[in-house]
Design a binder for this molecule. Structure first.
Ligand SMILES: Cc1cc2nc3c(=O)[nH]c(=O)nc-3n(C[C@H](O)[C@H](O)[C@H](O)COP(=O)(O)OP(=O)(O)OC[C@H]3O[C@@H](n4cnc5c(N)ncnc54)[C@H](O)[C@@H]3O)c2cc1C
Length: 410
C-alpha cells in the first residue's frame, strides 16, 4: 500500500490549516472530512489578537480577510454594574492597547471552514469529503480505513492527525481519556441578521440581569450573539420561540445598542452548550497526534479555542518540518507546551466564570468587588491581558490560587 506522509481526520479549522501548511512544504497530505457541506454548528467565530497573529504565521490571515473576516476595532463592557457612559469611557481600542498585535477578527465559522478547506486543496492537499465508518490504527505502521460514496478504502501514512473536534472519534479510538471539568452554567448561541444598527467594529460583553451576553459582529448587519445562564434554567432558550427569547434578553437599559439585536432576525439554529473545560493529558501516541478541540477544549466563555487551535497547528507544523524522520520524541515539545497552555487557559476561564458565569445571589457583590480591584491595580488585569495577548504573556503568578483568592476573595 502506498504510504502518505500525513492523514488528517477532520477538515475543520485546525485540520485544514495544518493540511495547507504541510502540503505547501511538499508533504503528501490527505484530509478526510465527514460533512459534504458545512452547516452552522454554533462554533468559534471570535479570533483574539494572539490568535490572529498565529493566523499570520500560518499564512491564513489574508485567506480569512479575503473570505470576509471582520476586523474588530474596539470592545465595550456594557454591564449592569456600570452606567453606559462609564462603560463607553473605558472603551478598549485594540490598536492602542496592543500595538504589536494584529486586530482581532470575527468570521462566521462556516465561512472560515469553507475558506480554509479550499485553501488546503489549492495548496496541494488531497481532500476527501463525506467519509464514514472511520477507523484509525496508530503504532509503527499507522493507517486509516473509511467508507466514502459506498466504497471501503484504506490508507497508510507516516502520521495520523486527529482534528475531528470536541467529540473526536480518533481520540476515542486511540484510547486517550478526556478529563472534563464540572458544568456550572450553560451558553446559548444564535446567528442574527438585520442587526444593522449594531456597530460592525464593536464587540461587547457583560452581565445584564440573569444572563451574561457576548456580541461578535461579522459585518453587513450579521452578528453572533451568545447568552450565558444558570444551569438550573436549562431549556430556557429551546423550542420554537427560543431564538426570540434569546434576542429579547439583549433589550436591557444597560446595553444601549442591544435593541439592534432584539429587533434582529434569527439566521440559524439556537442551541445550548455546557460552559466547560476539558483536557487530554498526552494528546499523542506513536504514529498519531490530536490537535484542536480533539486534544481538549477551552470553555467557550472566554473565546480562546480557535486561537489555541491555530497555536497547535503552528507548533505541530514546525516540529514536523524540522526533521525528516519522525519518532516518538518529535512531538514531545508540543505536548509539553500544550499542557502548560491548557493549564493557563483553565485559570483564565475560571476568572471569566467568576465574572460572567455565576448567577447565585452573591454574584453581583463578588464581581463588583473584583472589578473594583482590577480598576485599582494593573496587577489584577493579568488575565485580561492573557486573553488578548496569549496565555504566555501574563506572569506565572496570575495562574495560581493565591492570585484567584486575592482577586475574588472577601
Ligand atoms: C458554543 C461555542 C462557541 C465558541 N466560541 C468560540 C469563540 O468565539 N472563539 C474561539 O476562539 N473559540 C470558540 N469556540 C471553540 C472553537 O469553536 C473550537 O475551539 C474550534 O472550532 C476548534 O477547531 P477544530 O478544528 O479543532 O474543531 P472543529 O471546528 O469542531 O472541526 C472538526 C471537524 O472535524 C469533522 N469531523 C468530526 N468527526 C469526524 C470524523 N469522524 N471523520 C471526519 N471528519 C470529522 C467535523 O465535521 C469538523 O469539520 C466555541 C465553541 C463552542 C462550542
Amino acid at each position: 500500500m502506498h504510504r502518505l506522509d500525513v492523514v488528517i481526520v477532520g477538515g475543520g479549522i485546525g485540520g485544514s490549516a495544518l493540511a495547507a501548511n504541510l502540503a505547501t512544504a511538499g508533504l503528501e497530505v490527505l484530509l478526510l472530512e465527514r460533512e459534504t457541506s458545512f452547516v452552522d454548528r454554533i462554533r468559534g467565530e471570535w479570533i483574539t489578537p494572539w490568535g490572529t497573529a498565529e493566523c499570520q504565521r500560518l499564512g491564513i490571515h489574508q485567506v480569512l480577510l479575503d473570505a470576509g473576516a471582520n476586523q474588530v476595532q474596539r470592545l465595550i463592557a456594557y454591564d449592569e454594574i456600570v452606567s453606559p457612559a462609564d462603560a463607553e469611557s473605558a472603551t478598549l481600542r485594540y490598536a492602542e492597547a496592543l500595538p504589536d498585535l494584529p486586530l482581532p477578527l470575527c468570521v462566521e465559522h462556516v465561512v472560515m471552514q469553507n475558506a480554509l478547506l479550499a485553501h488546503a486543496e489549492a495548496r496541494g492537499a488531497q481532500v476527501c469529503r463525506g467519509v464514514e465508518d472511520l477507523r484509525v490504527t496508530a503504532g509503527a505502521a499507522p493507517h486509516v480505513s473509511y467508507r466514502q460514496a459506498g466504497e471501503s478504502r484504506e490508507v497508510a501514512a507516516r502520521l495520523v492527525v486527529g482534528a475531528d473536534g470536541r467529540t473526536s472519534a480518533v481520540r476515542r479510538q486511540l484510547g486517550l481519556a478526556l478529563a472534563e471539568d464540572p458544568i456550572d452554567h450553560l451558553m446559548s448561541g444564535l446567528l442574527v441578521d438585520h442587526a444593522d444598527d449594531w456597530p460592525s467594529d464593536l464587540v461587547a460583553l457583560g452581565k445584564i440581569g440573569d444572563v451574561s451576553y457576548f456580541v461578535f459582529p461579522q459585518g453587513g448587519g450579521r452578528v453572533r450573539a451568545y447568552v450565558d445562564y444558570d444551569i438550573a434554567r436549562r431549556g430556557r432558550y429551546s423550542g420554537a420561540a427560543g431564538a426570540r427569547r434569546l434576542l429579547a434578553a439583549f433589550d436591557h437599559p444597560s446595553l444601549p445598542e442591544g435593541r439592534a439585536l432584539a429587533a434582529g432576525v434569527p439566521a440559524g439554529p439556537c442551541r445550548a452548550f455546557p460552559s466547560q473545560d476539558a483536557s487530554v493529558d498526552t494528546p499523542c501516541v506513536e504514529g498519531a497526534v490530536l490537535i484542536g478541540d480533539a486534544a481538549g477544549y477551552s470553555d467557550p466563555i472566554w473565546g480562546q479555542g480557535l486561537s489555541s487551535t491555530f497555536r497547535d497547528v503552528r507548533i505541530v507544523r514546525d516540529l514536523l518540518l524540522s526533521e525528516p524522520a519522525w519518532n516518538a520524541a518529535t512531538l514531545a515539545p508540543y505536548v509539553k507546551e500544550r499542557r502548560e497552555r491548557s493549564r493557563r487557559l483553565r485559570w483564565e476561564t475560571r476568572y471569566a466564570t467568576q465574572l460572567y458565569g455565576r448567577f447565585d445571589p452573591d454574584a453581583v457583590a463578588a464581581r463588583t468587588r473584583a472589578f473594583g480591584r482590577m480598576a485599582e491595580s494593573q496587577d489584577f488585569q493579568g488575565y485580561l491581558v492573557a486573553g488578548m495577548a496569549g496565555p504566555e504573556s501574563a506572569p506565572d503568578a496570575v495562574f495560581t490560587q493565591d492570585y484567584f483568592d486575592a482577586l475574588f476573595g472577601p
